[in-house]
Design a protein around this ligand. Structure first.
Ligand code: 1JT
Length: 256
């Protein structure tokens, strides 16, 4: 019996073959899950089609998390086709480029609201939509954070504040939904070369710093995040909720 045999899992946040969400999607499929994946825009739809084209039984659905009507349509589709949901993977973040460099003090009101809306509030509204589809059998929700949501990192700025909001939202959701046996956990990967990271100047030196100082003396891969995702989505973690798992080669434990 595979770890996620027959489980129905919704995955949001695949932009291309480098996405963390794609690493989790592959691991879920290899563990026997049935998955539905969303794309944010027509522009990204082609990429998501490309990476999923050789896989059987993957459902592709549109969802821009800033649009309530798209969330409604997504979950009414899942209710009709699947009837219930076992897992949800949130791997979505956004901040304006200007809010990921320079001084945090310069963050605009609009930039602050936008980053929090897309990166943190989306988890809250997704959990609300998922609850009726999960509460009869229980379920597992996971979201992706970064150590910059716990500690200050140069340039991470607005995303750090949004990740702090995301992590605390996950814990309040875990408390709310726990009585329905719906678990909510946080995965906090180390830096990975993804589309989001591509525009970050100096990202290579962030990767180098981790590989020089983390206990495992290397960076981590999408596949390694995928394996932890499978654990948290599976019955192996049935007693774990409101937890943060760092998949960062141990970097978070190091001081000086
Ligand atoms: C976003 C972006 C969310 C980049 C992200 C992210 N979460 C992690 N990264 C990579 C990263 C970036 C910086 C960093 C460490 C990791 C870009 C688009 C918006 C969402 O600095 C220490 C700046």
């Amino acid at each position: 019996m595979q770890l996620l045999e027959g489980k129905k899992i919704l995955i949001l946040g695949i932009a291309n073959h480098r996405s963390i969400a794609w690493g989790i999607a592959q691991a879920c499929i290899n563990a026997g899950a049935q998955i539905a994946v969303t794309y944010q825009s027509e522009r990204l739809k082609v990429n998501v089609e490309k990476v999923t084209k050789d896989l059987e039984g993957v459902t592709l659905l549109p969802c821009d998390v800033s649009k309530d009507e798209e969330l409604e349509a997504l979950f009414s589709h899942l209710k009709e086709t699947w009837g219930h949901l076992d897992g949800l993977v949130h791997s979505i973040a956004f901040a304006n480029r200007d809010d990921l460099k320079g001084g945090f003090t310069d963050t605009s009101r609009d930039g602050f609201a936008l980053a929090n809306d897309i990166s943190a509030y989306s988890l809250v509204t997704l959990a609300k939509h998922a609850r009726p589809l999960m509460q009869e059998r229980g379920g597992s929700i996971i979201c992706m954070s970064y150590l910059g949501g716990e500690r200050v990192f140069k340039n991470y700025n607005m995303m750090g504040v949004a990740k702090a909001a995301l992590e605390m939202s996950a814990k309040y959701l875990a408390a709310d939904l726990g009585p329905h046996q719906i678990r909510v956990n946080i995965v906090s990967p180390g830096p990975i070369r993804t589309l989001a990271a591509a525009g970050v100047s100096g990202f290579a030196s962030i990767l180098d710093h981790v590989s020089e100082t983390a206990p495992l003396r290397r960076n981590i891969s999408q596949e390694e995040v995928g394996k932890v995702g499978v654990f948290l989505l599976s019955d192996l973690s049935s007693g774990v909720t409101a937890e943060t798992i760092h998949v960062d080669a141990g970097f978070h434990a190091i001081g000086m």
